[in-house]
Design a protein around this ligand. Structure first.
Ligand SMILES: NC(=O)C1=CN([C@@H]2O[C@H](COP(=O)(O)OP(=O)(O)OC[C@H]3O[C@@H](n4cnc5c(N)ncnc54)[C@H](O)[C@@H]3O)[C@@H](O)[C@H]2O)[C@@H](O)CC1
Ligand SMILES: [K+]
Length: 540
């Protein structure tokens, strides 16, 4: 499933209206109808339509217009509706104003929210208040109206993709009051207060039970905390063609079994050749582990085998080898340089590169620790490995400290980096918070700039390709937030590369399989808090 940024959504709207000639009012009609259907689905679970009373919060733009159409359809279904406008009715713009005239002609109950502070300052609002005292709700009345009004739920049609920045004034009041009411909220298009482009939320932001994303999924609904504020996301067709206008590339694609096949050409059934042998499925070389972090190497290597590669060799400091010998009998072990205490050395890079000559892919980093000469070690692998390279964990730390992306030769073979948000922050020199506020944008720019495939881990992992394409994973489970989970992912991705998938395919399918295995592993536990990384491997 494709998702779009707010700017792309505007372009698609414009293309549909001006180039195709589908009237904006027709799109709004379909949008409002779709929202009403979702309201009825939510409200109908335990109540009849006649017993329901929805409060529809209406903003001044087209999002408000959607809310007005929705309320008209709800009323027609026999559901009671009350409209609460964020602005005086004559301040609605464009198509929303046209929709207002319709609901006015139908005599739907209508209230206007007036911020009491502004009441003294604004002539327009004072006039509006004077014109219809009974229809005006002040700040004092707002909480009482929402909590004691007997409403079934709230439709949030305050702000959509046209919103900029933090909700201001009356909008902020209405959003806060809606959240405090505890009533279920259905958001039109996006929860008001959400940044539709990156999933950041402003203060305040609607906390929706259901979000009805119109025409296309919006980028901001794919990432946390926006994904949480959105609740259940339903994408509804409103008459805008599903094919994008010529030349437009979606902001990203959600990874599902369907999109892995259609967009990335992956055989998700993972058929094996009837006459295949272990050589058919590739040979992974892993450089990982040190004393006492040998487990990271074991997890990554075992995950690689479970993900289907024909062979896996684990290169590790010689002194560690006796301690892990036989732990995974299917695995080959290769001692590589050692400081004497089970730590890596700069010279070990030569041995790793020698081993790589007879193998298909190199994964480096899990449990490697810090060591003297790490800069030279990593540079030798970065510049010398003429095979696909997966860089994870401690190897990412070396890359960041050495400023390798700027200082070292650009690689010809495929490169996949798999940072968690903290590692991404060190690679980019910004804070973890800044990374999390714009995961899609930061991942995309980084991949484009450095010519690598970037896997930015965390709930809804982002995969950014060197050509600017972005994918967001949909599988996974909070139980996977446990030590070693990332090592397992590294093994899976390396394994898929060894089996002939390209860098973007391996990264995308890797995060998908990893998340799916995590879901399965969590479901096998009485409480998913008990999930450990080895369970993910077992569930592969
Ligand atoms: N033809 C179209 O363009 C369609 C648009 N649709 C709806 O229209 C929405 C986009 O409509 P608009 O572009 O009119 O914009 P919105 O309705 O999202 O809101 C824009 C209005 O809110 C105000 N505003 C912006 N940022 C604010 C802030 N931080 N605090 C307070 N007020 C703020 C602005 O004054 C502006 O008038 C979509 O999300 C969707 O719901 C649907 O009706 C389908 C068709
Ligand atoms: K909204």
């Amino acid at each position: 499933m494709k998702f779009l940024s707010s700017e792309q959504m505007r372009d698609v709207d414009q293309f549909t209206i001006t180039k195709l000639g589908i009237p904006a009012m027709a799109l709004m009609e379909n949008a409002g109808r779709a929202i009403a259907e979702e309201v009825l689905r939510l409200g109908g679970v335990d109540r009849s339509k006649l017993a329901q009373h929805w409060l529809v919060l209406v903003g001044k733009g087209n999002n408000g217009g959607d809310g007005l159409v929705c309320s008209r359809h709800l009323a027609d279904e026999g559901v009671s509706v009350t409209l609460l406008y964020a602005v005086p009715r004559d301040k609605l713009s464009g198509d929303a104003l046209a929709q207002h005239r319709i609901v006015e002609a139908l005599d739907l109950p209508l209230l206007e929210y007036v911020d009491d502070v502004n009441l003294e300052q604004s002539d327009v609002q004072r006039d509006a208040a004077a014109a219809d005292k009974s229809g005006v709700v002040g700040r004092e009345d707002l909480a009482r109206l929402l909590t004691c009004g007997g409403y079934t739920g709230i439709v949030d049609a305050l702000l959509g993709t046209g919103a900029k920045g933090t909700p201001r004034g009356v909008y902020a009041d209405l959003i806060r009051a809606a959240n405090r009411s505890g009533l279920p909220i259905v958001a039109a298009d996006i929860p008001s207060g959400l940044d539709a482009d990156n999933g950041a939320i402003h203060d305040p932001c609607i906390e929706a039970r259901v979000t009805v994303s119109l025409a296309f999924m919006k980028a901001g609904l794919t990432q946390y905390p926006g994904a949480k504020a959105a609740g259940e996301v339903v994408v509804r067709y409103i008459g805008i063609p599903r094919a994008l206008p010529p030349g437009m590339q979606a902001a990203g694609v959600l990874l599902t079994e369907e999109s892995l096949g259609d967009e990335l050409g992956i055989d998700v059934a993972r058929r094996r050749e009837a006459d295949g042998h272990k050589g058919t499925y590739g040979h992974v070389l892993l450089a990982a582990g040190s004393m006492p972090m040998s487990g990271a190497g074991l997890l990554a290597a075992k995950a690689a085998l479970r993900a289907g590669c024909g062979l896996a060799t684990w290169a590790l400091p010689a002194a560690v080898l006796p301690h892990v010998l036989g732990a995974v009998p299917e695995l080959m072990l290769a001692p590589a340089g050692d400081s004497g205490a089970g730590a890596w050395t700069e010279a070990a890079a030569d041995e790793v590169l020698r081993l790589l000559a007879a193998r298909d892919v190199l994964a480096v980093g899990p449990g490697m620790g810090r060591f003297p000469g790490e800069d030279g070690f990593m540079r030798a692998l970065w510049e010398g490995a003429d095979r696909p390279l997966v860089v994870d964990a401690d190897a990412l730390g070396i890359l960041a400290r050495a400023d390798g992306l700027a200082r070292w030769q650009r690689r010809d073979a495929a490169t996949i980096l798999t940072p968690h948000p903290g590692e991404m922050a060190r690679l980019t020199g910004v804070s973890t918070g800044e990374v999390q506020r714009d995961r899609l944008g930061i991942a995309r720019r980084f991949a484009l700039q450095h010519g690598v495939t970037l896997v930015l881990k965390g709930a809804r992992t982002v995969v950014a390709a060197p050509d600017g394409r972005v994918f967001v994973n949909t599988t996974g489970h909070p139980g996977m937030a446990t030590g070693g989970s990332g090592d397992v992912l590294t093994g899976i991705i390396a394994s898929l590369l060894a089996q002939g998938l390209d860098d973007v395919q391996a990264a995308a399918f890797g995060v998908y399989l990893h998340g799916q295995a995590g879901e399965r592993a969590a479901s096998l536990r009485h409480n998913p808090a008990a999930l450990i990384a080895g369970d993910i491997i077992d569930a592969l």
